[in-house]
Design a protein around this ligand. Structure first.
Ligand code: ADP
Ligand code: UDP
Ligand code: MG
Length: 245
């Protein structure tokens, strides 16, 4: 059984009709096949996952800032379940799922896939995991993503990491990543940096105001950066009687 929830944020209908306005919504036909109106749907029974009291970390930062690299280290040291939103989307594309070509195109263009798709994939992974500590890497990318997640799951992150990295360094890292990704090229990375600034920074600001943001200078070696990350989770471990940590 499905019920309606209140509408998502106005990011989609911002009054600035720039090309970046299209970044999160430039897929009108595709979008309409997910939902024909602003309100979205939520499945009854999701509260059972909320009752598990999961520990949720959102991991944010521009393209190439080192999110995935640091997540791997956090997994090894603190035993989290790592969910990369981009990886989940790439997996959907590879499995030729419905709308795979629109998703591929969206990623090639550095735009943002509709929240309905991404939140569903993240939710499925979380609900089917035995682990109760989650690193959600590269999500939420927009205020609309953030609100969709919080409304559909009824949960907020406990901590938000932000890997702060100069653009020049991010571009260098992306162009050297060498993983055969369709978006690791100079044209897409330039678009992604704009999308990051316009759509993702407001999310980062939001969590900063909520006192949940841990901003980490992402320049240095991988190990140096991890030494700044480690105390954040060591401190959470000490609060394990509050969280299912
Ligand atoms: N501290 C670092 N210094 C130099 N290169 C790094 C560092 N951290 C990650 N990298 C490299 O930069 C590229 C992008 O890192 P990645 O973790 O995929 O970033 P993100 O997930 O934020 O896009 C990868 O090739 C990775 O090996
Ligand atoms: O919540 C998300 C996460 C990723 N993406 C898309 O997937 C791409 C790659 O994301 P990923 O996090 O893998 O990139 P990274 O920042 O790690 O380079 C993004 O540019 C978007 O096009 C998206 O639409 N929504
Ligand atoms: Mg990544």
């Amino acid at each position: 059984m499905w019920r309606r929830v209140t509408s998502l944020s106005p990011v989609m209908s911002t009054s600035k009709p720039t090309s970046l306005d299209q970044a999160a919504s430039g897929f009108k036909i595709w979008r309409s096949s997910f939902s024909t109106e602003t309100p979205t749907m939520v499945k009854d029974g999701t509260t059972s996952f909320k009752e598990r009291n999961p520990f949720i970390t959102f991991v944010l930062g521009g393209p190439g800032s080192g999110k995935g690299t640091q997540c791997q280290k956090i997994v090894e040291t603190f035993g989290f379940k790592h969910l990369s939103a981009g990886e989940l989307l790439r997996r959907e594309i590879e499995s030729n799922s419905e709308h795979w070509s629109q998703m591929l195109n969206t990623i090639k263009e550095g735009r943002i896939v509709p929240s309905e798709v991404t939140v569903r994939l993240i939710q499925q992974e979380m609900e089917s995991s035995d682990n109760n500590k989650f690193l959600i890497d590269g999500f939420p990318r927009t205020e609309e993503n953030r609100i969709a997640f919080e409304q559909l799951l009824g949960l907020e992150p406990n901590v938000v990491l932000f890997f702060d990295c100069p653009e020049e360094e991010m571009v260098k890292r992306v162009l050297n990543r060498n993983q055969g990704r369709v978006d690791d090229n100079i044209d897409t990375v330039k678009k992604r940096l704009k999308v990051f600034e316009i759509l993702n920074l407001p999310v980062i600001d939001y969590y900063s105001k909520r006192g949940k943001l841990c901003k980490i200078n992402a320049v240095g070696t991988e190990d140096e950066i991890f030494e700044k990350v480690r105390p954040i989770f060591s401190a959470c471990g000490m609060m394990s009687h509050y969280f299912a940590f």
